[in-house]
Design a protein around this ligand. Structure first.
Ligand SMILES: [Zn+2]
Length: 273
């Protein structure tokens, strides 16, 4: 039996005889059902026309994506540490060349993800490398492919010593970030996926209930997100797509972006506009 993959969000579901009637991820108001209706594929079908690609982001950080892009098109990140590697977010395809390359890089000890839209093929990655899967209890309802490897956590957990996976909330109640103190030359990096999204002007970030449907968050939640990450020391912010990176001064970028967001909610515009 194949593990069904939704063509729109690319989240892998359980390996049932028939695909589910609907994708609960895409039926939620934060996503959307594809314009052609609900469609399903499998990893074997994806492998026929796509490849898993790995590219260095900085020392000990490797981006993992699929080409051509599948579903939402995110790229995952492999954080290498002396205590084992952490896969941050997941992509829908793990092909054999990528599996071999990840093994050469030290494999995967644990997997943490920013939010359910990026759960993708995390169980396949975990099975391939005997990895733990850490999911916030607040998002337990969004688990589409059950696995004995899944461990639920409440607010904070260290997937490997020195690296912190923290529930921040906002986009989903369990939306999380990964703090990697060794990143950015020891100044620290925050891996955020869509919990805090790096926008086109890469000196800024944003925060949304829904990105494709452009549904904003409220003032209290945006302020809370900025407050919650202020306990971490970091310079660089890695969003969920290739190139979506705040290169430096990321902590200040998050604070000023939250302040701007709240100002616009209050109807305040920049001077002279
Ligand atoms: Zn879906």
């Amino acid at each position: 039996m194949p593990a069904w993959i939704c063509e729109t969000c690319a989240v892998q579901h359980a390996d049932t005889l028939e695909p589910p009637a609907i994708c609960e991820i895409c039926s939620d108001e934060r996503q959307y059902v594809g314009w052609q209706g609900q469609r399903w594929t499998t990893m074997d079908e994806l492998a026929a026309g796509h490849a898993t690609v790995l590219r260095a982001e900085e020392p000990d950080l490797v981006g993992i994506g699929t080409e051509p892009a599948i579903g939402i098109g995110q790229r995952a990140l492999l954080v290498r540490t002396p205590h084992g590697n952490v896969l941050w977010d997941a992509v829908p395809l793990l092909d054999e060349p990528a599996r071999q390359r990840i093994a050469e890089l030290g494999g995967i000890a644990a997997i943490g993800m920013s939010h359910p839209h990026f759960y993708a093929a995390h169980v396949e990655f975990a099975d391939a490398f005997d990895a733990r899967i850490l999911i916030p209890r607040a998002d337990e309802q969004w688990i589409r492919r059950p696995s004995k490897r899944i461990e639920l956590f409440d607010d904070e957990v260290q997937p490997v010593p020195g690296v912190t996976l923290a529930r921040i909330g906002g986009h989903f109640d369990g939306a999380a970030v990964l703090h990697w103190p060794a990143g950015s030359g020891g100044r620290g990096a925050l891996l955020t996926g869509d919990t805090i999204t790096v926008v086109q002007d890469r000196d800024w970030v944003s925060f949304m209930w829904s990105y494709p449907n452009l549904i904003p968050l409220d003032e209290a939640t945006v302020t809370d997100i900025a407050d919650r990450v202020s306990r971490f020391s970091f310079d660089r912010v890695y969003g969920g797509w290739w190139g979506r990176v705040v290169i430096a001064d990321g902590a200040a970028a998050i604070r000023r972006s939250a302040d701007r967001y709240v100002a616009r909610l209050h109807g305040e515009r920049p001077a002279n506009q």
